[in-house]
Design a protein around this ligand. Structure first.
Ligand code: 6PG
Length: 239
């Protein structure tokens, strides 16, 4: 089963996801006095950042993390931090102390270790329970930087790790499944015709997250809400 909200366009889906994030952040601040969110990268979140900028929420009081990051310097065009900083965090005047980026300029294993330490420090040494994880889905059904065949998909206790993605010959740092499962909310933004096939495969094929990592988002312990446009929803309707 997939909990999906279908919108006419990618812009509408991004706005729906942005509103859900704003509501979750405000609720976390009201109820627990802190809000911790991790963003995904790639191109899909750009429209969502645009929508988030127009919404009134406790953005400056929120602690910002990343679901995954490419191992590049922070000013690199591939840096997920850079995209979020330019399109979201700087326009919203989020204080630097609230921004917990992956240090992609370091050797990957060190970047992962430093990131894990920074997360644990922000959660008082406890296993992290994020208020919101904003997730994406790749055309090959990867989520976070957990690509098909990645053995860490079976890990349940780690927080973050460096992974080498062979198909694009790139090191990345990613949150691990145990963290995905523990989060209070997972909002998956998947728009465009190239997301129809992975949506169809994760919902229709037998459960095998090692082959289809996006199925981690459908685990009973970790239900997620999907925000999709009509082009992507074709995949769900085929199920
Ligand atoms: C990244 C991601 C990644 C992303 C999907 C979808 O760094 O690339 O965080 O997991 O969510 O690859 O990417 P697109 O939005 O570019 O399709």
């Amino acid at each position: 089963m997939i909990d999906a909200l279908v919108y006419p366009t990618a812009r509408d889906a991004a706005a729906g996801c942005a509103q859900a994030i704003a509501d979750a952040v405000n609720e976390a601040l009201e109820q627990r006095g802190a809000a911790r969110i991790a963003l995904s990268g790639g191109s899909t979140p750009l429209l969502m950042f645009e929508a988030m900028r127009t919404l009134d929420a406790g953005w400056a009081l929120t602690d910002w993390f990343w679901v995954d990051e490419r191992c590049v310097p922070p000013d690199h065009e591939l840096s997920n931090y850079s995209a979020a900083a330019r399109h979201l965090l700087e326009p919203l005047n989020v204080p630097a102390a609230r921004i917990h980026r992956v240090r992609g300029e370091l050797p990957p294993a060190e970047a992962a270790l430093r990131y894990e330490e920074e997360i644990l420090a922000a959660f008082g040494g406890e296993f992290p329970v994020f208020d919101v994880l904003q997730m994406g889905l790749g055309a090959d059904a990867h989520t976070a930087s957990l690509f098909p065949g990645e053995p860490l998909i079976e890990s349940r206790d780690g927080v973050a790790a460096a992974v080498f993605v062979e198909k694009i010959a790139q090191w990345r740092v990613t949150l691990l499944p145990g963290v995905l499962f523990e989060a209070r909310a997972r909002f998956v933004l998947a728009t465009g015709a190239d997301k129809a096939d992975p949506l169809r495969r994760i919902t229709r094929d037998d459960l095998n997250p090692l082959r289809l990592p996006g199925q981690l988002l459908l685990a009973p312990l970790a239900p997620s809400r999907f925000f999709v446009d009509e082009a992507a929803a074709v995949g769900i309707e085929q199920c």
